[in-house]
Ligand binder design. Structure first.
Ligand code: NAD
Ligand code: UDX
Length: 476
């Protein structure tokens, strides 16, 4: 393999777009082309309004675009010209057939591998950036080797280079990653391919943060990292229920526990449950892998992380219904936040979808505000878990939080957007039905000042004496 001067990324999504923008930004000597079969998305990447919202992304794309960063729908041409190809396509949970609801669907990864085999024409380093099960690189390699048999000019090395960025902080994470992980074969050609990819990252990542391993360790580490992160959230969320039942406060417990440097204080925020396109999918993928390896105890252990997450969502919805006098039928309820976390418009597997679904089943009327989620996205997400008729009947899309809350019995905070902290809750309270309640699923609001205004409040994992005083007879 020669020195890499042309990089192509297949898949212009949340990973492919930001990752390639960062490579183009940090490596002016490399030409980076991002391709996708979705031509509308490519047109958006080439427009003034990029298809995804990510703080800091616009600046970098607008500066590098048409200089050394290109977005194109001509996949064969891009592949033919590339020295190194990232596969950055989606690997969603399979919704049919074998492994339904558990295994990741690898059809897009396979399809890209076949396209590469068809159009490569010469030596290529193929880099698996999508999150895949262990041994996926073997299938990619097998398809590529088959093409090699018919064309002596072809030569391939498959590397694993999983992505660890989190949405909402993607540009920061890419600019300053905790680590970059590269897995490859230990043969001389494998080591050479690894060295070429290391060379790209070395343009901005200190060498000691670039970890190289064998291919399978790299693939597995990605699943394990996400499983550990998701497990921390399920752990703290499980304890939030203990807090509500005892008088302990989850924020105090998280603080005290996280102060132990062995445990660490990050990722211990109790919530209405984790969302996003990765955690559930990747933990399920690990569970499926363990089942396939005949390791049922390991599979059950990780399945518990998912079970607690589903239970937490249900528990929170049930709490809302119970505290609104056991009926939300026809009641207007304002929902603050629909994205799976702040600073993104992404709604994939957002806990908001499930909490709202539960409230819709009780015939509540929901007026939803989120600063970044598009109306069509929100309505489609909800229709996919209920029905178009129910969405039509029960859902209102709002463009400002004050009108969402006007005339409502309750506000439910489902995404931790900073702007929700700054709202004029006195004014909001005046405009609501009384008694007015706030359910904080993200622990971002100051319960005390809300209570002083006159709100009844409930926050995940808060001491029951407070909750009881406000919701039981003692407080009112
Ligand atoms: P995405 O859905 O946003 O983007 C994937 C893109 O690939 C889509 O635009 C789709 O049109 C395109 N695509 C699919 N098949 C194609 C084909 N055959 N040819 C050309 N284009 C094709 O997905 P994403 O969120 O960017 O995730 C991509 C991968 O990265 C997944 O495996 C995911 O698990 C992993 N990952 C995601 C994140 C994240 O935060 N979103 C973080 C780390 C890793
Ligand atoms: C995650 C991983 O963090 C990232 O490394 C990987 O590459 C992709 O998956 P992402 O899903 O984008 O990133 O966001 P993340 O910040 O991890 O949040 C996931 C979910 O967990 C969100 O719904 C978030 O609100 C929730 N969360 C996170 C909590 O409920 N509590 C926490 O303490 C942290």
């Amino acid at each position: 393999f020669g020195k890499v001067s042309k990089v192509v990324c297949v898949g212009a999504g949340y990973v492919g777009g930001p990752t390639c923008a960062m490579i183009a930004h940090k490596c002016p000597h490399i030409t980076v082309t991002v391709v996708d079969m979705n031509t509308a998305k490519i047109a958006e990447w080439n427009s003034d309004k990029l298809p995804i919202y990510e703080p800091g992304l616009d600046e970098i794309v607008f500066a590098a675009r048409d200089r050394n960063l290109f977005f194109s729908s001509d996949i064969p041409k891009a592949i033919a010209e590339a020295d190194l190809i990232f596969i950055s396509v989606n690997t969603p949970t399979k919704m049919y057939g074998r492994g339904k609801g558990m295994a990741p669907d690898l059809k897009y990864v396979e399809s890209v591998s076949r396209t590469i085999a068809q159009y490569a024409g010469g030596p290529k380093i193929v880099v698996e950036k999508s999150t895949v099960p262990v041994k996926a690189a073997e299938s990619i390699g097998c398809i590529l080797r088959e093409a090699q048999k018919n064309n002596q000019n072809l030569k391939f090395q498959v590397l694993s280079n999983p992505e660890f960025l989190a949405e909402g902080t993607a540009m920061k994470d890419l600019a300053n990653p905790d680590r970059v992980l590269i897995g490859g074969e230990t043969s001389p050609e494998g080591l050479q391919a690894v060295a070429e990819l290391v060379r790209i990252y070395e343009n901005w990542v200190p060498r000691d943060r670039i970890i190289t391993t064998n291919t399978w360790s790299s693939e597995l580490s990605k699943l394990v990292a996400n499983a550990f992160l998701a497990q921390r959230i399920s752990s703290i969320n499980s304890i939030s229920a203990v807090c509500e039942a005892t008088g302990a406060d989850i924020s105090e417990v998280a603080h005290a526990v996280g102060y132990d440097t062995r445990i660490g204080n990050k990722f211990l925020k109790a919530s209405v449950g984790f969302g996003g396109s990765c955690f559930q999918k990747d933990v399920l993928s690990l569970v499926y892998l363990c089942e396939s390896l005949n390791l049922p105890q390991v599979a059950q252990y990780w399945q518990g992380v998912i079970n607690v997450n589903n239970w937490q969502r249900r528990r929170f919805s049930d709490k809302i219904i119970a505290e609104l006098f056991n009926t939300v039928t026809d009641k207007k309820i304002a929902i603050f936040g629909f994205a799976f976390k702040k600073n993104t418009g992404d709604t994939r597997e957002s806990s908001a979808i499930y909490v709202i679904k539960h409230l819709m089943e009780e015939h509540a009327k929901l007026s939803i505000y989120d600063p970044k989620v598009q109306k069509s996205q929100m309505l489609n997400d909800l229709a996919s878990v209920t029905s178009n008729e129910d969405v039509e009947r029960l859902i209102t899309y709002e463009t400002d939080p004050y009108s969402a809350a006007r005339g409502a019995h309750a506000i439910v905070v489902l995404t931790e957007w900073d702007e929700f902290v700054e709202l004029n809750y006195k004014q909001i309270h005046n405009d609501m039905k009384h008694p007015a309640a706030i359910f904080d699923g993200r622990l971002i609001l100051d319960q005390k000042s809300l209570r002083e205004i006159g709100f009844r409040t409930f926050a995940i994992g808060t001491a029951p004496d407070q909750a009881y005083n406000l919701f039981g007879t003692a407080g009112y």
